[in-house]
Every structure is written in C-alpha cells, then in structure tokens.
Design a binder for this molecule. Sequence first.
Ligand SMILES: [Zn+2]
Length: 171
Amino acid sequence: MSVKRILQLGDPLLWQECDTVENPASTSVMALAEDLRDTLLAFRSANGFGRGIAAPQIGEPRRVIVIDAPSAGFSGALVNPRIVEQSEKRVELWDGCFSFPGLLVKVSRAAEIKVEYANLTGVQNTLEATGDLSELLQHEIDHLDGVLAVQRAVSPQAFCTREEWERRGSE
Ligand SMILES: [Zn+2]
C-alpha cells in the first residue's frame, strides 16, 4: 500500500489503451487497487476534490479503476469495467482530472449507463449509474482506453482554469 505519483497531461502513457486483467482476484490486482485508493485519498486530502482514479494514472496500463464516492452511491474497485448500455439522453458538465488538476473541460456524457465489471474476488457484477456516478464512471473508463477529458471537449472554448471556474461560482 502506497501513494503513487500521478501522471500528468503530456505523459504519453496516458494515451495508451490498457490491457484486460486476466485474473481479477489476483494479489497483484488487489495491491494495485490499494495503491489506487491510497493515491486517490491522498490527492483528495491535498486538493479538496476527487472521487475516482484509473490505473494508467499511476503508470499501470491495466483495466482497473477505483471509485470512492459514497455520496454518489458507490465505493470500490472495478476490474475490466465495460459500458454495456447507455441512455440516448446526454448531459453537459465541467469535468476535472487528477492528471490536469488546474483545468476543467466541458464534456458531454450519457445521462445513464450500465456497467459490467469484476470485483476483487473475481465475481462479475452489473452497476446501473445515473447522475454524478454515471459521469465519473465514464471519465475513468475513458482512461482505460487512453482517452482524456480534453479530447471530449464540446467546443474549442470548452476549457476553464479551476481558479477561474471557482471565481465564477462553479457554474
Ligand atoms: Zn481523469
């Protein structure tokens, strides 16, 4: 268990598609999930925000994400998560990322999704998500495909520094 350095925008590892995990119940996946959780919690206590992290952000190109968002209805590790259904209804929101913490990007996401994943005991699960949890899962699963929120910008003007966003009342 340890806090890892978070790769920053510009690091080519963030653009790589990650490998499927062969054995979700292995000790190495358990250790990776613990590092992700430690790193997420350390980032949040230092920065005051953050609810999800993906393995490539700590330099591990494997399909594992960790969510810690009890208020949005879920906390835990998802191995090989896959969006199997999504609503036609979409929502626009300002999205942030540990890999560019000073920048927000306005993106469009499906309002509701259904995700299949394995947990750390290797059991296959289904999660139906709406609202914040839906957006968060889409952001983290994008990381596993080497896709960052900056590529999802809805327009060339869809960027805001966090400082300016807060000055504007997080609208
Ligand atoms: Zn991110």
